[in-house]
Design a protein around this ligand. Structure first.
Ligand SMILES: [Zn+2]
Length: 322
């Protein structure tokens, strides 16, 4: 076997990249608004056009202590932990209808858009949280002295621009890039939590707060029969390194209930929102989560920003129908 030595025309490459950068920043790229209810990833092409999606939901996940998982284990052992863990999360995102999943090393993200994007994303996240607890138990039963692990999950939402970036005619060197804050913020939220808690940014709470099935517990207190009163499941949580009103997030510490999880999950996915078994004290606790001048101002700004984007989308739909 002969090994050909690779040579690179370095000066030529750098000079071509410089010309390319000048060309790119010298022309405004075309940004086309896309209808999020009908947008399909396979519409993307390599080219000058970016697509803007009005509102997407990003679920970011991160395997805790991944570097320590390798210590004292065979490469095969480590590989099987990754396979079980990352593979389990990707399957979950897929089962809940994620439109796109990206894996980067020991973490990644799933994206949801269109109808019921928020409820699908939250149900996927709670399922990852439930899976994560079982996963941790299963691998600790098999290997002693395993560091505590599991998946850290963060969720955010907002507008993105997307386009296929890479080399023309090289399908293995093309990838959609998502420019915008949702993935970035979801990742920051995931980094700042533990596998026991899901952290969401303000814009996600704006969309799910009124859903009684997501806000309150089933009220069985772990038994099959209702023995406790439903309570608020969320607590306020300020997220570091987020510079805008999205930093006023919340965290959720619960998994699906072993007795009512499936029922609740499917009710949520079917669009159910109202319950009649919630005590007024729990409803008051939910209200209290948005008390405070700063919190209210931030929520107001997030809502008007979202309204403006959907007005643009409505205009776009009208124009497209003409
Ligand atoms: Zn229950």
């Amino acid at each position: 076997m002969t090994t050909a030595t690779r040579t690179v025309d370095l000066d030529g490459l750098l000079s071509r990249l410089e010309d390319r950068t000048a060309e790119k920043i010298g022309t405004e790229p075309r940004v086309v608004l896309k209808d999020i209810d009908s947008f399909r990833l396979d519409e993307l092409q390599i080219g000058p056009t970016w697509h803007r999606l009005t509102d997407i939901v990003a679920v970011s996940f991160d395997l805790k202590s991944s570097t320590n998982l390798e210590k004292g284990r065979s490469p095969q052992g480590t590989a099987s932990i990754y396979d079980a863990g990352i593979g389990g999360v990707v399957r979950t995102l897929n089962d809940f209808g994620a439109e796109f999943v990206d894996i980067q090393g020991d973490g990644g993200f799933g994206l949801f858009w269109g109808r019921n994007a928020y409820t699908k994303a939250i149900c996927a996240a709670v399922t990852i949280r439930s899976f994560s607890a079982n996963f941790q138990q299963q691998i600790q039963d098999k290997w002693e002295n395993l560091p505590s692990t599991g998946f850290k999950v963060g969720i955010s939402s907002g507008p993105v621009m997307v386009k296929l970036v890479g080399l023309e005619r090289h399908l293995d060197m093309q990838e959609p890039v998502w420019v915008g804050r949702p993935v970035n913020y979801a990742t920051k939220a995931a980094q700042q939590t533990a596998p026991d808690n899901i952290v969401i940014t303000g814009s996600v709470w704006d969309q799910i707060a009124d859903n009684d099935y997501l806000a309150f517990s089933c009220g069985c207190g772990g038994g099959a029969v209702k023995s406790a009163v439903p309570g608020l499941l969320w607590t306020g949580r300020e997220i570091d390194k987020i510079p805008d009103g999205q930093k006023y997030g919340l965290e959720l510490g619960s998994t699906w209930c072993a007795h009512h999880g499936e029922e609740f999950c499917n009710l949520i996915l079917s669009g159910a929102t109202d319950r009649y078994d919630i005590p007024s004290s729990a409803r008051a606790a939910r209200e209290a989560l948005s008390h405070g001048t700063e919190l209210q101002a931030a929520a107001e700004e997030r809502r008007s920003d979202r309204t403006r984007r959907f007005e643009e989308l409505a205009e776009f739909r009208k124009a497209a129908a003409r």
